[in-house]
Design a protein around this ligand. Structure first.
Ligand SMILES: CN[C@@H]1CN(c2cccc(OC)c2)S(=O)(=O)c2sc(S(N)(=O)=O)cc21
Ligand SMILES: [Zn+2]
Length: 261
């Protein structure tokens, strides 16, 4: 089909036809091999100043469920790591598998997690708009957090309880007052490397920061993500939203840095 997706006809192995950068030199995700990452003592600790953050809405864009933020000023930013300056929070979304299977994008020494949360930030100090930043080599920074299954996550219900309102592609619902700080693990130890968007347009514009420690969510909570569908309400073909992940891409000589020994 004309638009990209995760199905047989329009999935990741075909994206290169419309987006040749899919075969570029800094594509994401990657398999992170801890023993080959270099500890860099110069990496500043990650700091998330999300306390004034303003979530606006939650929506289904036909690829994932997305929570968008007001990024008209520097109220919610990430800095530290290898970032040259603070980057503004724009949105967060998830990638996940089917029941009992894995669905993360990054893997750690070949191990995949049940899901992966991406907090997307952009370099508003250097670029005027998000769209412009998304095409520049230092334009975006995405914080990746792995999800593994176990007990209920005490705050994730704020998101999973809203998912029924955005079941279909194109649906949007108010979602104010959500601070994603509640989705962070206790340790902010991270790996960082230069990469890309993991979905078309696959721009090679992302400084990736992937946290080592996963957060724990329950299989029941993950099940609520799987009641979303890729299709719009008016479409006949119903397809459950799951396996919306790209697999690891070639490292092509890139170095992964670690903030911890
Ligand atoms: C559908 N793609 C997501 C939406 N975005 C998007 C939308 C329009 C244009 C554009 O580039 C010009 C980017 S985005 O930049 O917020 C991101 S980041 C990202 S991930 N998995 O690498 O973290 C997926 C998407
Ligand atoms: Zn993503």
């Amino acid at each position: 089909g004309s638009t990209w997706g995760y199905g047989e006809e329009n999935g990741p192995s075909l994206w290169h036809k419309d987006y040749p950068v899919a075969q570029g030199s800094r594509q994401s995700p990657i398999d992170i091999v801890p023993s080959e990452a270099s500890f860099d003592p110069r990496l500043a600790p990650i700091q998330l100043s999300y306390d004034q953050c303003t979530s606006i809405n939650i929506s289904n864009n036909g690829h994932s469920v997305v929570v968008e933020f007001d990024d008209s000023d520097d109220r919610s930013v990430i800095h530290g790591g290898a970032l040259p300056n603070p980057y503004r929070l724009r949105q967060f979304h998830f990638h996940w598998g089917e029941k009992g299977c894995h669905g993360s994008e990054h893997t750690v020494a070949g191990k995949a997690f049940v899901s992966e949360l991406h907090l997307v930030h952009w370099n508003a100090e250097k670029y005027k708009t998000f769209g412009q930043a998304a095409q520049e080599p230092d334009g975006l920074s995405v914080l990746g957090i792995f999800l593994e299954t176990g007990d209920d996550h005490r705050w994730l219900h704020k998101i999973t309880d809203a998912l029924y309102m955005v079941k279909f592609k194109g649906s949007v619902s108010d979602f104010k007052g959500f601070n994603p700080k509640c989705l962070l693990p206790s340790s902010l130890h991270f790996w960082t490397y230069p990469g890309s968007l993991t979905t078309p347009p696959l721009h090679e514009s992302v400084i990736w920061i992937v946290l080592k420690e996963p957060i724990v969510v329950s299989e029941k909570q993950m099940g609520k993500f799987r009641m979303l569908v890729f299709n719009g309400e008016e479409e006949d073909l119903r397809s459950r939203m799951e396996n919306n992940f790209r697999s690891p891409q070639p490292l092509k000589g890139r170095k992964v840095l670690a903030s911890f020994k």
